[in-house]
Design a protein around this ligand. Structure first.
Ligand SMILES: [Zn+2]
Length: 296
């Protein structure tokens, strides 16, 4: 099998996986791979990604002009071209509509909290590109604003996009985005998320070299605002701690959980007049009973 044939077969395989995992419905989604300096192979428009054959692929130049293929290239080709324009090292782009990640994109909630070590190491933050009408240059422009610093994006009210230096790596990043979205959803349904501290995030990102993980961009400075060349990641500074409960009062002791099933939150100093104090139902009842007794 020649290189070109192998590549087409790999795109077919990635399409099948996107379809099998429910990351696309009907003819959604598209995949492209850059070959050499001046060409790319893309999925055709108007076919299910679960039922493609290698001969359906379309070759274009990097301005989107068709060079070979019986079909028309993906309708989202402009978005793929925008990625290749700004990221010379990127060789593959995967776009799909995985339901949980797309749900976050519809809710306008970015996946930008430092929660899972492997996501912090690989993708870092996953921001939301502004809404743009699909298949137009609006969407390509929205992607352009984030793609220099990110390998995974949510597309507002649309789906997700991942990029990498080879096809399967880009596909696996799509799996990671959806998996991360599902875990984040469950944690939020459970009512709390402990975050990795900024110091732990620095430590994790320092491991990238050791494991050969390409880092898309550094974190933006904590008070430096957002930039196109850095990532915004919610990770509160807390020297000496690896996990931070953002809802807990400032802890005095690093490894004591801030609450337990039958006691009030502990670990903080003396609460101020305007601080929130949490009591269990039993404690509240006891306080009221006490007050009533004193009134008698
Ligand atoms: Zn789409």
């Amino acid at each position: 099998m020649g290189n070109d044939e192998r590549l087409r077969a790999d795109i077919v395989e990635v399409g099948r996986r996107l379809h099998d995992r429910g990351f696309v419905a009907s003819n959604d989604g598209n995949v492209s791979v850059r070959i050499g300096d001046d060409r790319l192979v893309t999925t055709p428009t108007g076919v299910s990604k679960g039922f493609m054959t290698p001969d359906m692929m379309v070759t274009t130049d990097l301005s989107g002009r068709k060079l070979a293929g019986d079909r028309e290239p993906s309708s989202e080709l402009l978005m793929h071209l925008a990625v290749y324009e700004h990221r010379p090292e990127v060789r593959a782009v995967v776009h799909a509509h995985p339901p949980t990640a797309t749900g976050f994109a519809v809710a306008g909630i970015a996946l930008d909290r430092a929660v899972l070590a492997e996501v912090v190491c690989t993708l870092g933050s996953i921001p939301i590109a502004d809404y743009g009408t699909p298949s137009t240059s609006e969407l390509a422009d929205a992607v352009r604003r984030h793609i220099r610093a990110h390998d995974g994006l949510l597309l507002a009210n649309h789906g997700a996009l991942t990029v990498a230096d080879e096809l399967f790596a880009a596909y696996y990043k799509m799996e990671t985005v959806e998996h991360f979205a599902r875990i984040s959803l469950v944690a939020r349904q459970l009512g709390r998320e402990h975050l990795l501290s900024r110091e732990e995030v620095d430590r994790l990102q320092g491991l990238r070299d050791r494991y050969g993980i390409a880092a898309p961009a550094p974190l933006c400075p904590p008070d430096g605002g957002a930039g196109e060349d850095c990532q915004v990641l919610e990770a509160p500074s807390s020297p000496g701690r690896r996990l931070v409960d953002p809802d807990a009062p400032d802890p005095a002791s690093p490894d004591v959980p801030p609450s337990s099933a039958d006691g009030p939150r502990s670990g903080g100093g003396v609460p101020g007049d305007d601080d929130e104090v949490r009591l269990t139902y039993r404690e509240l009842t006891a306080l009221i009973a006490d007050a009533v007794t004193q009134l008698r």
